[in-house]
Write a protein that binds this ligand. Structure first.
Ligand SMILES: [Zn+2]
Length: 426
């Protein structure tokens, strides 16, 4: 086990111990073109990679990457200078229902008529549109141009910006105090999380509430979910480090709720200024139950399971190849790219990766350089009776839906393979 330590980006102590080394990793959402790949082969161009190492702080227990990739490496503006975000929250019906319920909870528990609710990274307004704008003050702070535009078109006041303490101060002056500031699946993307807590405190009224929701470290642990770690996710939270962080900004944790079905386990955490709310019993219960996850033993155990998982996946794939059968990848996504690169699975194993996103088609999986093709090409192979025998899934959360969707492939004898939580043929 590597004994390297580094400085905690949450609490500043020098006590982060490394427990997992996923080696050199490319930026997972930059799909090289054919020209790029040829230039890589000729040695004229180098694919940018960074060390993907994961550690836990010995002081505050925050799980974090050793190297934070600068935003500019993976949030690339288009030719008009706009930054676009490819994931529209409202496209997923599961997420729509989840956020509608979230909005109801906020209204019922905290929000009175005339009070304000602000969301950091509110995407296309999936949650905020559930608030009646004639009753409440509603504000979306969203840095990505394309989704900010949709949010605005829904009648939601939207500020196109990153969230910083400076912006929070300006908003306090221009908009007054807010009763609720929320951020869902956003905190784990932000490098300066101290700035987010500081900014939230500035904007909140004395009995205001700051709510975060992100993938939960104990859930990631249970699932051997190492594909959770890549440039866009430099953090993984449990309640302990979040509470520590809040306290260093004059706030406290007072409630929490786990959603096991969202992103494999998503924890909502509620913070307020000191003394405004009493800590709930369920919050204390979660904190007691998560203690095991905040230990070096749990981390080291995770790391050995990750290694074992790699060995098992490779043995499944090698076994199939030795029978002369064909395997493809299904869906080009960041998580899949992490798995393929860490396991060293390239074009010698997967003939291609099929993906329905037009901007990815004709390009290659970063690092391992497997060509990405459209579903039509995949279907043509099936029609011609030349279907691949196996398809390795890049998105483990949707295995059932995908099996249902690709009935033709399955009917012809095609089988899907999942890499996590345990590598297996479905
Ligand atoms: Zn720390």
């Amino acid at each position: 086990m590597a004994s390297e330590t580094w400085q905690c980006r949450a609490c500043d102590s020098g006590e982060v111990f490394q427990f997992l080394d996923l080696k050199e990793m490319p930026v997972t959402n930059r799909y090289p073109t054919k020209e790029d790949v040829e230039a890589f082969h000729r040695g004229e161009k180098k694919e940018h990679k960074y060390p993907l190492r994961v550690g836990m702080c010995g002081n505050c227990s925050m799980v974090q990457l050793s190297d934070f990739v600068p935003y500019a490496e993976y949030i690339v503006p288009d030719e008009t200078g706009r930054t676009n975000y490819a994931f529209f929250s409202s496209q997923s019906t599961t997420m729509q229902a989840h956020f509608a319920q979230f909005a109801e909870t906020i209204k019922r528990r905290f929000l009175n008529k005339g009070e304000g609710v602000a969301e950091i990274g509110g995407n296309d307004g999936i949650m905020l549109r559930a608030f009646d704008r004639s009753k409440y003050r509603v504000l979306n702070i969203e840095p990505s141009s394309n989704v900010a535009e949709i949010s605005r078109s829904k009648g939601i006041e939207t500020i196109e910006s990153l969230f910083t303490p400076k912006l929070a101060m300006e908003l306090l002056h221009s908009h007054g105090e807010f009763k609720v500031v929320s951020c869902a699946n956003v905190l784990l993307n932000i490098h300066d999380i101290n700035g987010v807590f500081e900014g939230a405190r500035i904007m909140l009224s004395n009995n205001g509430v700051f709510i975060t929701q992100d993938p939960y470290w104990p859930s990631v642990l249970k699932d051997t979910g190492f594909d959770q770690f890549y440039e866009e996710h430099p953090w993984c939270f449990s309640l302990k480090p979040l509470e520590h962080l809040a306290e260093s900004h004059g706030m406290e944790l007072f409630d929490a709720q786990l959603f096991p079905a969202i992103h494999g386990g998503s924890m909502r955490a509620y913070f307020s200024k000191k003394g405004a709310y009493e800590k709930t019993k369920r919050c204390s219960d979660y904190q007691r139950r998560e203690q095991w996850a905040n230990t070096p033993e749990a981390c080291n155990n995770f790391a050995s399971r990750v290694e074992k998982s790699k060995k098992n996946l490779l043995s499944i794939l090698n076994n199939i190849k030795s029978q002369g059968k064909r395997i493809i990848g299904y869906a080009a996504a960041s998580k899949g790219t992490v798995i393929l690169n860490y396991c060293g699975i390239g074009a010698e194993t997967l003939d291609y990766v099929v993906d329905s996103t037009p901007t990815k088609q004709g390009r290659y999986i970063p690092g391992v350089r497997i060509p990405i093709v459209s579903p039509e090409e995949f279907y043509r192979e099936i029609e011609r009776g030349n279907a691949p025998h196996y398809a390795l899934l890049g998105a483990r959360n949707y295995a059932k839906e995908i099996q249902e969707k690709e009935k033709e492939f399955v009917r012809g004898g095609g089988r899907f393979i999942v890499a996590l939580p345990k590598p297996r043929i479905l």
